[in-house]
Design a protein around this ligand. Structure first.
Ligand code: ADP
Ligand code: MG
Length: 729
């Protein structure tokens, strides 16, 4: 009887690319077709309503109640015209996915029939009975209601056949229960703080926007193979599997030709993205086999983040159409690269200046240096917190493993920027010309553009890199909600800029010139934030020691990394920027620890089941085949000859027995460790126990299973192997 494994491998390897239904029109025509954007608003709303809505959006004001009904009516008509008869408030609970509860537009018409109706009240605010969303104790069961409220800065869209309204999700008492609320607060706070500083350079600036361009990495696996791997299905990663003889050594996958099945998937996905107004632009193979990347054009952070979440759901759906499963886990396969989601981040004024881009004039460049140095100072001050913002049970497999950003946050600037900063720090006059000749650096601020624009060198080992006109926060995990990183980063920078401005203003009040005041404060920041600046190899062991000497946060245990959120300086920063109060921070950490525990708990259970029910039976079966062979050799050949003939099998039998023994013992120990941990009351302590006592056993069990995979007859091995999972044809 052919095993399930051979059946699914056969199925996967014989699959052809699925045809893609190409839209009749060009992308220019169908882009944003499923989005209630300004063009649709204009078409479907009365003129006065259109004015009121767009002005509320532009001025970041709530939608006036009196126009809500009219907006809802227009939106409903648009939805019905496009085949959507249901609507949902679409929100981002603390689960790292999105949540939706669909309602039909239907209402009784009073004559025994129904009418399709949608009111302003339903559009603007709902009370999802969401007591089963993670809330870290904020929402007691007696007050289980939460509010979801429309975020008008992010347009409604149609996904499938449902009108989706992006909303924030808060508790009855006003605490945020989602990612969007604090993200909007952080963006407001960085807007205010950065605009105040930007006005030193251009008084016409009213607002500063934060921009995000994420690069989403992912793996694809054939659905037949996926369905034969319970670990992939239940945990998103392989909990066992020996490395394939060939994986990424030849470096032949990165930017290689895209397999036709994958290309069909990508094309289909891009069409869907464009219909939903997600500006997908770049696609390519990544470093590991079966690993790919999609990047859009950057957008305002709140919208970009909604789009990333939307993309992640879309990917899952489109992948199924192509008989693939998409893996967003940070480390689906051991031994090859994991997936991240680089967050390209910048700030820009409403007058059109990118604040981390060198400009053409001395003033522009002083502005560029001002903002860049303040980011460095903020990242330095909150490096532990920024690490906590990207830490998770799944991302932990990637960080610090030798291919991804290390578990220490530092900033890469590249030599040119480093020279400029150095020059400014050492210079004693405000024209910055005094050191130019002595040190051979001819980089007065007025010369920055030529040397920086195309010359930013690349350092892939840095978790946070300056890349010419933006910073790239590379440590973010592929499955994460980017908001977590964006909240911490934008808030930390807002705090820093506010303090900077206060100090500069003080100097000006004392009679200093603006330029002198700025340069003095910039110099102080360059010197004080020097420890965060590291252009060397972030993967090296020397860096770990060096970073510890510099006082950077080097904690590697995820449950302990989360403590950074509750440090006094973090609590103060989030309070001053209005992003989180202490209750919210406490509650969110409870959720983080709980999630951590649950993820490891599920993995440990799946691993235990697979070890006992899938692996040990075939190992024993194979052992018994060998024993049978030895027995027969002995009954046919003379003792001495039989001894030598059976020696190899005997040795293998003993090794198998040893692996089996250890797997059984360690599995029992792992279960015991879990039971002990489960009895711990405190979420923090429980997560620590899972990290310290359950995780290490999982590694040991895997090690021995992977050894067995190399020994046991290929014919009877039950799970698709890495070499079968990893090479799409
Ligand atoms: P690479 O792989 O070289 O890092 P990609 O082209 O894959 O570059 O991705 C770069 C991402 O950075 C894109 O999403 C792009 O839109 C975004 N980006 C470019 N400039 C900015 C900026 N000023 N602010 C934010 N994101 C940006
Ligand atoms: Mg890239």
């Amino acid at each position: 009887m052919p095993s399930l494994r051979f059946k699914v491998v056969d199925e996967a390897f014989n699959r052809k690319a699925d045809p893609v239904e190409m839209p009749a029109e060009s992308p220019e025509r169908y882009y944003g077709k499923q989005v209630f954007n300004r063009q649709k608003m204009f078409e479907y709303l009365p003129a006065a309503t259109y004015e009121a809505l767009t002005s509320a959006i532009d001025n970041k004001r709530p939608l006036p109640r009196e126009v809500a009904d009219s907006v809802a009516e227009g939106m409903k008509r648009w939805a019905l015209d496009n085949g959507a008869h249901h609507y949902t408030h679409w929100f981002q609970p603390l689960t790292e996915t999105t949540a939706e509860k669909h309602d039909a537009f239907v209402e009784h018409d009073g004559k025994g029939g129904v009418v399709e109706k949608f009111t302003g009240k339903l559009l603007v605010q709902q009370e999802p009975d969401a007591s089963s969303f993670p809330n870290g104790g904020i929402r007691n069961t007696f007050e289980a209601r939460g509010y979801s409220a429309w975020d008008i800065s992010s347009p409604a869209f149609i996904m499938g056949r449902t009108l989706c309204i992006p909303t924030v999700f808060i508790s009855y008492t006003g605490e945020s229960l989602d990612y969007k609320t604090p993200l909007l607060r952080a963006l407001n706070s960085v807007d205010r703080a950065a605009a105040a500083v930007a006005r030193y350079f251009d008084p016409a600036v009213e607002h500063v926007r934060s921009y995000l361009g994420w690069e989403q990495e992912y793996f694809l696996v054939d659905e037949a193979l996926y369905s034969a791997r319970p670990d992939l299905m239940l945990t998103g990663r392989t909990l066992m599997g020996h490395e394939s003889a060939k994986n990424q050594q030849l470096e032949d996958h990165y930017f290689g030709a895209i397999p036709s099945r994958v290309e069909a998937f990508m094309l289909d996905l891009e069409i869907e993205c464009h219909k939903l107004g997600i500006p997908a632009k770049t696609r390519h193979n990544e470093v590991a086999p079966n690993q790919f990347e999609l990047a859009p054009i950057f957008e305002e952070t709140n919208l970009a983040n909604d789009h990333n979440l939307l993309l992640m759901s879309l990917m899952a759906e489109v992948a199924r159409r192509h008989h693939f499963r998409v893996l967003l886990h940070e480390k689906p396969f051991a031994g090859i690269n994991g997936s991240g989601k680089h967050n390209n981040w910048s700030l820009g004024t409403d007058t059109g200046t990118l604040l981390f881009a060198p400009g053409k004039t001395v003033k522009d460049n002083l502005q560029f240096i001002t903002f860049t140095v303040n980011v460095m100072a903020a990242v330095h001050r909150h490096n532990g917190l920024l690490k906590a913002s990207i830490a998770s049970a799944t991302n932990a497999h990637r960080l610090g493993a030798n291919e991804a950003p290390p578990a220490i946050i530092s900033i890469f600037t590249g030599t040119q920027l480093a020279n400029i900063l150095d020059h400014i720090a050492k210079s004693t006059n405000d024209e910055l010309t005094d050191l130019a000749d002595k040190e051979g650096i001819s980089v007065g601020v007025n010369q920055i553009p030529e040397i920086l624009v195309d010359a930013t060198d690349r350092n892939r080992t840095s978790p946070f890199a300056f890349t010419g006109n933006r910073f790239e926060f590379r440590a973010v995990g592929s499955s994460a909600n980017c908001a977590s990183a964006m909240i911490a980063l934008n808030a930390a920078v807002a705090e820093q800029l506010t303090e900077f401005k206060a100090k500069v203003d003080q100097r000006i009040a004392a009679g200093e010139t603006l330029r002198h005041a700025l340069l003095e404060e910039i110099r102080a920041l360059i010197i004080s934030s020097d420890p965060i600046h590291f252009d060397g190899n972030g993967y090296s062991d020397e860096w770990k020691e060096e970073a510890a000497r510099r006082g950077l946060d080097c904690e590697t245990s995820v449950p302990l990394i989360f403590d950074a959120y509750l440090k006094p300086e973090s609590v103060a920063m989030f309070k001053n920027t209005g992003v989180f109060n202490e209750v919210e921070l406490q509650a969110r950490n409870e959720v983080k620890w709980e999630m951590y525990t649950k993820k490891i708990q599920i993995e440990a259970r799946v691993l235990g089941d697979l070890a006992i029910n899938h692996i040990l039976p075939v190992a024993t079966r194979y052992q018994s085949v060998l024993l049978d062979n030895v027995y027969k050799i002995r009954s046919v050949f003379a003792a001495e000859k039989a001894d030598s003939m059976a020696a190899e099998d005997m040795y293998t039998i003993e090794r198998i027995a040893e692996h089996i023994r250890i797997i059984k013992e360690e599995t029992a120990e792992m279960i015991r460790a879990r039971k002990v941990a489960n009895r711990i009351e405190s979420e923090r302590e429980k997560a620590i126990a899972y990290h310290d006592t359950v995780l290490p056993r999982m590694d040991t069990i895997r090690y021995h299973i992977d050894k067995l995979e190399l020994m046991v007859d290929n014919e009877i091995w039950p799970l698709p192997k890495y070499r079968e999972l990893l090479f799409i044809r």
